[in-house]
Design a protein around this ligand. Sequence first.
Ligand code: HEM
Length: 127
Amino acid sequence: RISKIPYEEIGAEKLSELMHAFYKRVSQHPLLIPIFPEDFTETIRKQIQFQTQYLGGPNIYTEEHGHPMMRARHMHFKITPDRAQAWLECMAEAMDEVGLDGKFREIYYKRLVMTAHHMVNAPNDHE
Ligand code: HEM
């Protein structure tokens, strides 16, 4: 299994399940509600495209939207350390819900932690 790229390991169906479980939580999180749209349809669609290529699958995000430049695309939003933590908690719970575990989950989650911290562009309000 080590020879398989991570995208093939999770598969399109499970990735979609994960993203739906994730945004269900994001849409209910008091720290995240204010910065996200009410309708998550497009957000989920783009995130599935991005995660597909992030995990080594086809570059379907770039094909439609151009270079990811993820930090730049997040600059319109106040991404505080607390919001990064909230985002990651929603992801960990979503991974539990869809039953992602083992080495794959460990590596994927660690990578998301690094990317989430990289997105931070504002201090917490109380600081
Ligand atoms: C879009 C917040 C971390 C990938 C967005 C949007 C918000 C947001 C508010 C706009 C949603 C919309 O208008 O549809 C956050 C917060 C994060 C975070 C609070 C906490 C650190 C991440 C991470 C990744 C990521 C770690 C990738 C691993 C994306 C993608 C989009 C997006 C692909 C869609 C970009 C587009 O419009 O093309 N995020 N994000 N985000 N985020 Fe994040």
